[in-house]
Every structure is written in C-alpha cells, then in structure tokens.
Design a protein around this ligand. Structure first.
Ligand SMILES: *[C@@H]1O[C@H](CO)[C@@H](O)[C@H](O)[C@H]1NC(C)=O
Length: 207
C-alpha cells in the first residue's frame, strides 16, 4: 500500500515537473531573451543605439554580437567600427566591379571612379580608427578618443561626397545599378554616422 502510494506520488511529481518545464520553455520561446546576461546586453545595445541617428540599423547591426558586447561600451564602439569597416569594404569591392561594367555612360563611369577612390579613403580611415581604438588605455583615453573621432568624421565626409556624386547622376537616369550602389553607400554612411555617435557617447562617459 505504501509502495503504491509513493509510486503515485512519484508519477504526479514527474508530471508536474514535466509540465512546468514545458511551460517555462514555451515562455522562453515567446520572448527574444534566452539567458539573463543576453537580456542585459540587448537592453544595453538598444539604449546605446537610441541616441544614434539611425537607431534601428544600429541595433540590428550590433545585436548579432550581443554575446561579445555584453554591457561594455568600449567593445560596443569597437564592434560598431568593425561592422562599418566590413560594410565599407564590401561596398568598395562591389563598386570596383560595377565601374568596369559595359554600357555605363561616361558620366556614370566618372562618378563610379570618384566613389571608388572616396570609399578606399574611408576604408583606410576606418582601419586607422580601429587600430587607434585597440590602443585605448585609461591614461591615453582623451587623446585616443579625439583621434578616433577625427578618423571616423573623415570617413563620413568621404562617403557623403560619394553619395552626393550619385545623387546628381541618379536624377538624370535612375538605373538599377545606380540605385543599388546608392543604397549600399547610404548604408555605409549611416553605419559610420552611428559609429560616430557611439564614439561620442564613449568619449562623454569619461567626462
Ligand atoms: C575589431 O577588429 C579588430 C581587427 O580585426 C580586432 O582586433 C578587434 O578585436 C575587433 N573588435 C571587436 C570589438 O570585435
């Protein structure tokens, strides 16, 4: 009798445990947070991005690296720069290929070539800003942040010059190639602008 009773008890316990597990898993699936530390990092990324010019792009480009970023402002800024550099590099490669395409008008070829050069400069400037960031210590903080700001501002200027060139020719025709190129460069410029805002946040966090 006693054995049967405890067997029943065990069975009920197992059922209760199993159903509470299922419940908690269901609840987990419904939310985008899986572990507590991830939630803290996504909140941190969202909050940091909220003061950038393109907060949604900022968040979507950085949340993939939430595990690395955690709630570290220096890593957040470094990641934003790395993401921007990767985008600038792939856009630059795409532009070089497109500039060699047949059937482009001389004016378009000229705009492409200018853009390829400006993007190469901006890739270079972003690289420098990333290597500056890698040297960041508490004792050189202000000087390094100021240098990083200078390089990233220069990169943004070069990218803007490039998009301006495209705006002019796009008004004349508006082909698919031009719109694709313009969209890509705009994205690079928006990522750069966001990185600059995060750099300013980091610089001010030590004030
Ligand atoms: C950014 O890229 C550099 C160079 O590849 C690397 O050393 C650094 O760790 C990266 N930073 C972050 C925050 O991922």
């Amino acid at each position: 009798m006693e054995a049967i009773c405890s067997k029943h008890l065990m069975t009920s316990l197992v059922i209760i445990l199993a159903s509470s597990l299922t419940l908690s898993q269901g609840a987990k699936k419904g939310s985008d947070s899986e572990r507590p530390y991830q939630e803290a990092s996504t909140v941190f990324i969202r909050t940091s991005c909220s003061s950038t010019t393109y907060p949604r792009l900022c968040y979507s480009s950085l949340v993939k690296h939430a595990d690395l970023i955690q709630t570290n402002r220096v890593v957040l800024t470094g990641t934003a720069l790395n993401v921007t550099l990767a985008s600038a590099k792939s856009t630059s490669a795409m532009m070089s290929t497109l500039a060699k395409r047949q059937g482009l008008k001389p004016r378009e070829v000229a705009a492409m070539k200018d853009c390829v050069e400006e993007l190469a400069d901006s890739v270079d400037e972003l690289r420098r800003s990333i290597s500056e960031m890698a040297q960041l210590t508490p004792s050189n903080f202000e000087m390094t942040m100021s240098d990083v700001e200078t390089w990233v501002s220069a990169a943004l200027t070069d990218e803007s010059t490039c998009t301006d060139g495209f705006q002019e020719t796009a008004a004349a025709g508006g082909s698919n190639v031009k719109n694709t190129v313009r969209g890509q460069i705009l994205q690079v410029a928006q990522l750069t602008s966001n990185a600059l805002a995060l750099i300013n946040q980091l610089a001010n966090s030590h004030a």
